[in-house]
Design a protein around this ligand. Sequence first.
Ligand code: SAM
Length: 288
Amino acid sequence: MVNVCDLQVMKPLLAEYGFHFSKAKGQNFLIAPWVPQSIAEQAGVDGTAGVLEIGPGIGPLTQQLALRAEKVCAVEVDERLKPILDITLGDFDNVEILWDDVLKLDIPALVEERFPGLRPMACANLPYYITSPILTALLEAECFDSVTVMIQKEVAQRIAAAPGTPDYGAFSVLCQYYAEPELLFEVPAHCFVPQPKVTSAVIQLRVRKERPWDIPDPELFFRVVRASFAMRRKKLSNGLASGFPELGKTGAAEVIQAAGFDANVRGETLGIPEFARITNEISKRRGL
Ligand code: SAM
């Protein structure tokens, strides 16, 4: 197997095909072999798994996934990497590369087509400039067993943050609605070339099979969450009144009281069950 994390191997390989890193595509390639090994291992990839990888680059994580999974489907937007991946993944017959932008794909359809009978998982060292849209798409696809990704450490902390802490926000709620996040390990900048300016972290999101809340209208729930965080330093009633003009200030205050909260409560202290109560109160009033 080509040791793609070895700079003595990587540099001549990239030079041979005239490849230059694209900052715009978020290209920071791994040069520490323990990282892709640990990601594949701790993700729990095994012979029952069909793994969707986003952004294989020159294939360090793809190799580790392919050694463990039944099938790997890797989506890469940069076609300049094609001749290099032909070499670095040449030993594997269970890897398929799709040359596309992951955000343009119908992920549930792809998973159904490529991984019949397998346990679908997503695994990636994500391009940091589009971490949130990719994670949102992977979670909203509602077809993975788990999503294990390397991202900027601060974003990982935001995803796993608890209500009432400074890192907690609408993105924490979105991720925690779909999955249970766990920070696995940190990865220092010197493990990549070129080195990013930030520390990275690997986070696993174990997708919930059942959600333990009564949320009949998820679309309304997420509208409530967005409105509640839009005016972070203000009372929840201000955020709700502005996000739901149809309620007005009085209606927003009534909803908060009917849901059992203090009139001065702030959105950032509420967890998913509390946002659910607010949502269901708004629903009730709409039904009147
Ligand atoms: N997996 C490799 C590694 O760990 O060394 C490369 C990771 S690099 C941080 C991110 C990869 O995502 C790059 O190969 C980049 O070209 C690719 N990429 C960026 N935007 C993408 C998109 N919209 N769809 C698919 N791949 C994308």
